[in-house]
Ligand binder design. Sequence first.
Ligand SMILES: C[S@@+](CC[C@H](N)C(=O)[O-])C[C@H]1O[C@@H](n2cnc3c(N)ncnc32)[C@H](O)[C@@H]1O
Length: 155
Amino acid sequence: MIEARRSATESEAAKVVDLGCSYGINGALLKHGLSMDDLYRLYGAAEADNLETLLARDRDLYAEPADATLEMVGVDPASRAVSYAVDAGMLDAGISTDLETRDPTPEDTAAIENADLIISTGCIGYAFALLDVQTGSPLRATSGGKGMLPNGAQL
Ligand SMILES: C[S@@+](CC[C@H](N)C(=O)[O-])C[C@H]1O[C@@H](n2cnc3c(N)ncnc32)[C@H](O)[C@@H]1O
């Protein structure tokens, strides 16, 4: 989908907003080219228990992205997870908020507006605050998951 979007916009630069990003797993996969097997190996190892050691290792690991023109922005109320993902370099930016219950601040909007693609993995049942692709504004959709997708389709 990212390549299709690049082709449609005739631009290499692309921005992906990851709703419910947690520790930035999708950034590791999409921006850094890691596989799920890589992640199991990296985060299942003993040194993953020590946060400082882990952060230092991850900063090195994510210092040179496989896809530097892909901007990954995460949204998740779990502030420690978002901070870690940004500090480590899995995400370019992160917003720690719950858009189901709070309006975006101007800073939130600046970070998420003009997204080329909005993704969300493992969040059905948690998050239904969908975002308007152009403005980054939430399209409220909290009643049992019945809501509008940006293209007008229904959940
Ligand atoms: C099962 S985890 C999935 C994490 C990640 N997307 C993945 O695939 O590994 C669900 C995530 O949704 C987040 N979440 C819960 N409510 C949310 C909301 N209203 N908006 C955004 N994220 C939310 C949780 O904090 C948690 O990080």
